[in-house]
Every structure is written in C-alpha cells, then in structure tokens.
Design a protein around this ligand. Sequence first.
Ligand code: SER
Length: 345
Amino acid sequence: MADRTILITGAAGEIGHGLIQALSGQDGVRLIAMDLRDIPKSLQRCVDASHQGDICDRAFVEHVISLHRVNEVMHLAALLSTSAERAPEQAHEVNVQGTFNLLRTAAEQAQSYDAPIRFIFPSTIAIYGVDPREKTTLPPLREFQALRPITMYGANKLYCEAMGRYYGRYYRSITRGDRQAPIDFRCLRLPGIISADTVPVGGTSDYVPEMIHASARGEACTCFVREDTSLPWMMMPECVQAILQLAEAPVLSRCVYNVASFSATAGTFAEAVRKHFPAAEITFETHEARQALVDTWPADVDCLRAREDWGYTPRWTLDEAMREYIVPTVRARYGDPRSTEGNAL
Ligand code: SER
C-alpha cells in the first residue's frame, strides 16, 4: 500500500492542476482526484483514480474516501469570492457543507482505522476585513488580526478554519479521553495566486492574471480595480510548493499560516506587464462592488510563523517572477504577440 493516499478535491481547478503535476509519479504517493467538472484527460493520466461528483453529496464523499482508504485530503474545491457574492447560498453549501462532509467523513475513517488523516485546507486573505481607510497604513497582518470578513467566501473560509481546528484539536473533548484527535488539520491563508498556465474563474484577485494573459495573447484588458489597489501575491509554483511543504512538515505549533511572496498594486503589475509586452493595452475601469471587496483585504500579511515552523520561503520578487516564470511560460503558450500581429497583416 502507498504511504500517502491523497484525495484532491477541486482537482480540475487551477491549484489542482499544479498540485497533481507536482505529486504525480512520486514514490509512495497515490493520487485520487475529485471534481464536480469533467477531469481533463491530461490530468486523469497523472492520477491513480478520478471521481466526478459533488462534495455536497455525503454518500459520494464517503464512498470515495473509504474505497481508496484515503489518509490525506487536499481540499481545494470552493466557490471563490466573486462567484460566492453572485450565489451566496450556493457558496455556503459548497464551501461550508462540502468541507464539513469531508472533515466528518475523514474523521470517521480515521477513527475506524485508528490513524489520523491529514487535511490540508487552503484558506484566503478574504478572511480578513480591514477598514479601507486604514488599509495602506497597517503593518502586515498577523494570523489573529482583523478577522472580520465582509464576503460570503471569507466568512465560509474563516468558519471552516475553526471547524478544522476543532476536528484537529478539540474533537469530542469531553468523551475522547487520551485518544488523539482524528484530523491533522493544516491550513494556509493564500494571497492572490498567479498562474502562467491557467486563468482563474470567479475570484476577485483575478484582475492580475487576467491582465497578464490578455497582454500575452495580444488582447486589450480592462482592470476592474484602481491602479493603487494593493494585495499580497504569490506565483502558482510557490503556492504548490507551500502546500506540499506544509503537508510534509513534521511538527507544527499552530493550524493556520499566512503565506505570500510580495505585495504589489495593480498599477505596478500593469507596468511590469508593459515592460515585457510593450504593446499591452491595459486600462483601468473600477467595478465599485468588486473594488469594495479587495479594499477590505490586507495590503500585506506577516508570514513569520510559516517561516519559523515549516521553512516557508518566498521564491520570487515581482520582477524575478515576471522574468523567470511568467514571461517564458506565457510566451511558450501563446507565442510572441508582436509576431502574431505581424502574421495577421
Ligand atoms: N483569490 C481569491 C479570490 O479572489 C482570494 O483568496 O476570491
């Protein structure tokens, strides 16, 4: 039997792609993919089994976890912040009830095999809610500060952090005696994530990946937040690396960690994109409602605990990331937009 049988929910999503590619073929690892959507053939080839279905369907979740005797869950499936504001009740169903189904089923399986199940949960900067007037003057936020989300997505994730902590530390505390808790819960609060391979759907930090991919394809792009809007960011390979590092860390002092590589404004990203794609047409047209969401997310977060406990280290600054990761990858994907223009003439 494999040492690690890892269930990846939301496998067909952006982070799922990156994680599956990184874990596929590793010794002692079996990968079980789960997604509501069709799992692309290219990903199916990288996993040991794949299941299409809904995490809100408890019988389906139970079937998959017990069929494969899963001992680790990387729970990526979620409706992101903009999608969640469009359908808040559905977001609650998926983000909260779906997570609860997984935690509860994993806890039952852990108890029946008398071995805890590791549960990796990506949370988000959307669990924070800063006063927009103070946003740019606040120091990088620590994990316990400003926990006042204004979005359904942020509220869902913050509650699920608490539920994970409960299953990981306090589950049935009155009757459990000295048996260990069934879930080894580990959570990272992700900043805006930028992938050179995929474009996100339904998030509010999507304006940066949208601007990069549109410019690389030679298309115009309208950024829906103001130029001075700042958020913390990281690149997809750093995100995947952080998830794997946290999953493999031996001893942790807490359940929840901030991670981010750098903080940057939308205007700084636009400049960086124009530097590499001089023909880029990026304009700014504020979508007030989406702007209001990111205005409550911190400009930066303090990642000291992740550094100290499991050696989290950002890999790239913005300039390095553009040069070493984004530009070569998108050029390989879309070609050089200048030569496309030339071909069209
Ligand atoms: N990227 C997420 C979103 O925009 C925030 O964590 O919803």
